[in-house]
Design a protein. Structure first.
Lengths: 465, 102
C-alpha cells in the first residue's frame, strides 16, 4: 500500500502523459510516440490504483479477469474493424465511456464508504452533486452514442426523426433533470437516483434522433466532449487528478472538433443540435424541380481528359467511403503519376461522417499524407488545375454556397471545384446531396458526369489510362 | 481560514481545459480521427474508479450490487482502453510520407 500523496503524484504524472499523447498528434511523425505516452499514462494510473488499495485478495483476481475480458474484446475489435467503419466504432466507444461512468456513479452511490464519501443515505453533499453530474452526462453520452451508432451503421434511418412538440418535450425533460438532481441532493433517496438515470438515458436518445446522418461529424464530436465531462464529474467524486485532467482534455477536444465541424458547414451549433435540416429542405426544393441538361460520359472519356492533363485534384467524400473506393482510387492515381501528372487531394472539413474520416481512408490506401491538403491550403490551386475528380462528394463542392443568399448552404466554405478547366463528377445519379439542394456544378459546361458506382468507375478509368 | 481541497481540484480542472484547448487546436486536421479514438482511450481512465468499486466488496462477499457494477465498468473501460489505443496505433501506422525516390 502506498501513501495517498505518492499515488496523487503518480496520477498527476499520468495526467501529464495524456496531455503529451494529444500533443503528439500535432504531426504524423510525433503521433506514434504520443500514443505510446498515452498507453504509459494508462498503465501508471491502473498500477497505482492497485497499489493504493493494496488489497490483493480474491477480489483482485476478479478485477484482473474482468479487465482481461474487456481487453480481449477491445483488442479483437481494434484489429478486425475496417477503416470505413471508424465513425461507428468511435460512436460505440463513446457509449461505453458513458456507461462506465454511469456504473461507477451507481457503485459510489450504493457503497460510498469504499470511496470515502460518507455512508449510504448520508453522502457528502459536494460528492453527491459531482456524482449526479457524472451520472447524468454519462447516461446522455451512452444513449446518444447508441443512436449515433445505429444511424451510422445504417441500422436506423439516417434521416432526421422529428415529431410535434419535440423541443418543448426535451426542454421539459432537461428541466426535470435539474429538479430531480436538486431533490436527490436534499433527500438522498435512492429512488430519485434511479429516476434521474432513467430520464437522462431518455433525453440522450431524444436529443440525437432529430439529427440527420450527414450531421454526424458534429454529433460524434459533441458526444466525445460529453464523455470527457462525464469522466471529469466522476473524477471530482473520486478526487482523482488523472481523471479530472483527462476529462477536461477530452471535453475541450470534443468541443473544439464540434466547433470546427459547424464552421465547415457555416451552421451554428444549436442549428445542428435542434436538427431536422435535411427533411425541411428537401420538401422545399422538390417543388421547383426542373430537368436541366447535363453532360455525361463514360470511363474512356474520363481517362482521355486525365491523360491530357498536367495536374489533377481529387475531391473525395462520403460516397468514396460507402463504395470502399479508396484503394481503387490510389491505383488510378499511381497510373496517372506514371504519366507525370501531378495529383493532389482536397479534403473538406466535413467530408465523411466524422472529423478526419477521409484522411484515414486515404492513409489506409497508402496515399502519402503530404499529398493530402485541407480546404484553405488547396482552394486557390483549383484555378490552375486541369481536372478536378470529385468522387463521392456533393454539397461541399456546390458553388451556390458562394452565389445564392437564399440557399440553405449559403456561406458554407466550399471547394472551388468549378474553377478547374474540367470537372469529372463520379456519382450514382443526379439526386441532391444531404442538404437537399441541386448542385449547380452538374450543369456547368466544363462538368462531365460519370454515372456509376465510385469504385467500379475508378477501376474502369484505370483500365483506360 | 483554510481553502477547501475542492477549490484545488477545480483549479486543476479549469487549467486543464485551457491546456486541452491549446493542445487540440495544434492537432493537424488530418489526424482528427485518431484524436477522437485516443481521447476515447484516455477518458477510460475512469477504470480507476471501477477498480476501487470492484475491490470494495468485503471478505465474505466479493460480489454485492455495488461491486458488480464496478466489475462491469472495469470490462467496459477495458474494451475502450485496449480498443482505443490499438486502433489509434493501427491508424497512425498508416500515415506515411511520400517516398523520396521520385
Amino acid at each position: 500500500m502506498i501513501s495517498a500523496n505518492l499515488s496523487a503524484i503518480f496520477y498527476l504524472t499520468s495526467g501529464v502523459l495524456f496531455i503529451l499523447a494529444l500533443r503528439g498528434l500535432s504531426s504524423p511523425e510525433t503521433s506514434r510516440q504520443g500514443n505510446f505516452f498515452g498507453i504509459l499514462g494508462m498503465v501508471i494510473a491502473i498500477t497505482v490504483t492497485f497499489l493504493s488499495i493494496g488489497n490483493f485478495s480474491t477480489g483482485f483476481v476478479y478485477v484482473l479477469i474482468f479487465l482481461l475480458i474487456g481487453g480481449l474484446i477491445g483488442a479483437f475489435i481494434a484489429y478486425k474493424i475496417p477503416m470505413t467503419a471508424m465513425p461507428e466504432l468511435v460512436a460505440g466507444f463513446h457509449s461505453l465511456v458513458g456507461l462506465a461512468a454511469v456504473f461507477v456513479a451507481i457503485s459510489a452511490f450504493l457503497n460510498p464508504e469504499a470511496f470515502n464519501l460518507g455512508s449510504p443515505g448520508n453522502i457528502k453533499l459536494g460528492s453527491l452533486i459531482e456524482m449526479s453530474i457524472g451520472a447524468v452526462v454519462g447516461a446522455i453520452t451512452f444513449s446518444g452514442s447508441i443512436i449515433a451508432f445505429l444511424k451510422l451503421q445504417g441500422l436506423m434511418s439516417g434521416s432526421p426523426i422529428t415529431f410535434k412538440g419535440q423541443h418543448p418535450l426535451n426542454a421539459l425533460i432537461l428541466i426535470s433533470i435539474v429538479i430531480v438532481t436538486y431533490l436527490l441532493c436534499s433527500t438522498q433517496s435512492s429512488n430519485l437516483f434511479w429516476i434521474l438515470l432513467t430520464i437522462s438515458f431518455l433525453i440522450g436518445f431524444l436529443l440525437i434522433i432529430p439529427i440527420g446522418g450527414a450531421d454526424m461529424p458534429v454529433v460524434i464530436s459533441m458526444l466525445n466532449s460529453y464523455s470527457g465531462w462525464a469522466a471529469a464529474g466522476i473524477g471530482f467524486t473520486l478526487e482523482n487528478t488523472a481523471l479530472i485532467i483527462t476529462g477536461a482534455l477530452v471535453g475541450s477536444s470534443g468541443a473544439i472538433l464540434s466547433y470546427i465541424m459547424c464552421k465547415g458547414m457555416n451552421r451554428s451549433f444549436f442549428n445542428v443540435i435542434l436538427g431536422g435540416f435535411g427533411a425541411a429542405e428537401q420538401s422545399s426544393s422538390a417543388g421547383n424541380k426542373e430537368q436541366r441538361p447535363v453532360k455525361s460520359g463514360n470511363a474512356e472519356d474520363a481517362a482521355f481528359l486525365m491523360k491530357n492533363a498536367s495536374s489533377v485534384i481529387i475531391v473525395p467524400g462520403y460516397g468514396m467511403a460507402v463504395a470502399q473506393a479508396q484503394h481503387a482510387l490510389r491505383e488510378m492515381v499511381d497510373t496517372l503519376k506514371k504519366n507525370d501528372i501531378k495529383v493532389t487531394y482536397a479534403i473538406h472539413p466535413v467530408a465523411g461522417r466524422m472529423p478526419g474520416h477521409m484522411n484515414v481512408l486515404l492513409a489506409e490506401a497508402n496515399v502519402p499524407y503530404d499529398e493530402v491538403f485541407e480546404l484553405e491550403e488547396i482552394n486557390n490551386d483549383f484555378a490552375n488545375a486541369d481536372v478536378a475528380f470529385v468522387i463521392g462528394a456533393n454539397d461541399v463542392t456546390n458553388p451556390i454556397a458562394k452565389t445564392d443568399p437564399q440557399s440553405p448552404i449559403y456561406g458554407m466554405p466550399v471547394l472551388d471545384v468549378e474553377k478547374c478547366k474540367s470537372v469529372l463528377f463520379v456519382k450514382r445519379s443526379l439526386s441532391p446531396g444531404y442538404a437537399g439542394i441541386d448542385n449547380e456544378l452538374f450543369y456547368k459546361d466544363n462538368t462531365l458526369m460519370l454515372f456509376a458506382d465510385a469504385k467500379k468507375m475508378t477501376e474502369d478509368i484505370t483500365k483506360n489510362l | 481560514m483554510e481553502i477547501d481541497p475542492f477549490i484545488f481540484r477545480l483549479s486543476i480542472f479549469i487549467l486543464s481545459i485551457f491546456i486541452g484547448y491549446y493542445v487540440v487546436w495544434s492537432v493537424t486536421p488530418s489526424l482528427h480521427t485518431p484524436l477522437m479514438s485516443v481521447t476515447n482511450a484516455i477518458s477510460s481512465v475512469i477504470i480507476v474508479g471501477a477498480i476501487i468499486a470492484g475491490l470494495a466488496g468485503n471478505s465474505e462477499s466479493i460480489f454485492n450490487t455495488s461491486s458488480i457494477f464496478g466489475f462491469l465498468a472495469i470490462s467496459l473501460a477495458a474494451i475502450n482502453i485496449f480498443g482505443g489505443f490499438l486502433v489509434t496505433q493501427r491508424m497512425l501506422a498508416m500515415y506515411k510520407k511520400k517516398k523520396k525516390d521520385k
